[in-house]
Design a protein around this ligand. Structure first.
Ligand code: FES
Ligand SMILES: [Fe+2]
Length: 379
């Protein structure tokens, strides 16, 4: 099978989970000394919070006879299985069998996954050792933040499809009635992070755009920073006050997107911060809801297939290209394979000019032997 924009390998594939940080639970859902069942992207887990307040996540099943460890009990910062009371350290090592004095020759352990807690969420890394930090909003990357969570939601499409909505410049006019054309310039930050920023100034054409223009010295602020192609942070708003909205999404076995919205702002100290930050976070939620609402219907029924890419879809093409090269992991729903580092091709269904243009983008050297067989229009 050839992989192309129409048939990508990683993008929009529930069985290809990109290695990275994913949201697991809201922090408030897990109290000290409690353990919870969780299933995240095909991985069954026991997630618990120790007496020290720190969260740990283990593979769900006990290496003795397979009891689910979330039926067990938290002891200090360790977890004891319900069934025969074997106990596992915070690293997942067996350290007690009540009916035995010595554990000599009994080698058993459970896999423990890296956990971080930030923005009111518990995040899990889908591998052994984190290769990078948690998702962030670029302007807030190295500073302290305040945050607020929206309600978790489920949409009927893959997280990647939801992600590209925010850089689908095409639909800003058609769906969201934005009176300004956006030009989203991509910038690859690293193998798993890509940013798109608007470079267009607000035009001086109508009363509304003139009014909007008063708030921007340069281009209208609208940028997206994507992590693992599944969590995206939007930065927008006038020069004097930026809003930051993070959309953290993961897939489930039905091919749906399980999302969690995080509203962010920089930490402001003192009484001013105490009063101002909750207001700005609530205002951010209104902005986020406005954008999310417009697309509700399309995400209920979409059967995503990128059959006819055109120039205006350039940011989406860039996004898919970047997603396709990201390292996948062995989480997923049973059909997991190695999907790492492939190139995508564009094969047919668009006119020759568009085809050439997209080939140039994708690196014509590798694809120079591929020609389009069936130009369909424009010639
Ligand atoms: S199944 Fe866990 S201790 Fe036996
Ligand atoms: Fe939208």
């Amino acid at each position: 099978m050839r992989y192309s924009l129409e048939n990508p390998k990683v993008f929009n594939n529930t069985h290809a989970i990109i290695e990275g940080w994913y949201w697991a639970l809201q922090s408030t859902e897990l109290k000290k000394g409690k353990v919870k069942h969780a299933e995240i992207m095909g991985k069954k887990l026991a997630i618990f919070r120790g007496d020290d307040g720190k969260v740990r996540a283990f593979d769900a099943f006990c290496p003795h006879m397979g009891a689910h460890l979330a039926e067990g009990k938290v002891e200090g910062n360790e977890l004891r299985c319900f069934f025969h009371h074997w106990k596992f350290s915070e690293q997942g090592k067996l350290n007690d069998i009540p009916c035995r004095k010595h554990l000599k020759n009994i080698k058993a352990s459970v896999t423990a996954y890296p956990i971080e807690e930030k923005y009111g969420l518990i995040w899990i890394w889908t591998g052994k050792t984190p290769a990078r930090g948690l998702p962030y909003a670029p302007e807030l990357k190295d500073i302290e933040t305040d945050s607020m969570l929206g309600k978790p939601y489920v949409k009927e499409c893959h997280p990647n499809v939801m992600m590209i909505n925010a850089i689908d410049a095409h639909h800003f006019a058609s769906v969201h009635k934005l009176p300004v054309d956006l030009n989203l310039e991509p910038k690859v930050i690293d193998s798993n992070t890509i940013e798109f920023s608007n470079t267009t100034k607000v035009p001086n054409t109508s009363l509304l755009t003139k009014l909007i223009g008063l708030f921007y010295e340069g281009p209208l602020t609208y940028s997206l920073c994507y992590h693992n192609a599944t969590t995206g942070t939007v930065t927008l708003g006038p020069d004097f006050l930026h809003f930051y909205i993070m959309f953290a999404i993961r897939s489930n076995e039905k091919g749906q997107a399980e999302g969690q919205t995080i509203l962010l702002t920089k930490k402001r100290n003192g009484l001013f911060g105490k009063i101002f930050n909750p207001i700005i976070l609530r205002a951010t939620r209104i902005v986020g809801n406005y954008f999310a609402k417009g697309d509700t219907e399309v995400f209920k029924t979409i059967n995503f297939k990128f059959k006819t890419p055109i120039k205006e879809d350039l940011p989406i093409i860039r996004f898919i290209q970047h997603a396709e090269k990201q390292k996948t992991c062995d989480w997923g729903y049973g059909k997991t394979q190695e999907f790492t580092g492939q190139e995508i091709a564009v094969e047919k269904g668009i006119d020759q000019k568009q085809f050439d243009f997209i080939q140039t983008l994708l690196g014509s050297a590798q694809n120079s032997t591929k020609t389009m067989k069936e130009p369909t229009h424009g010639k």
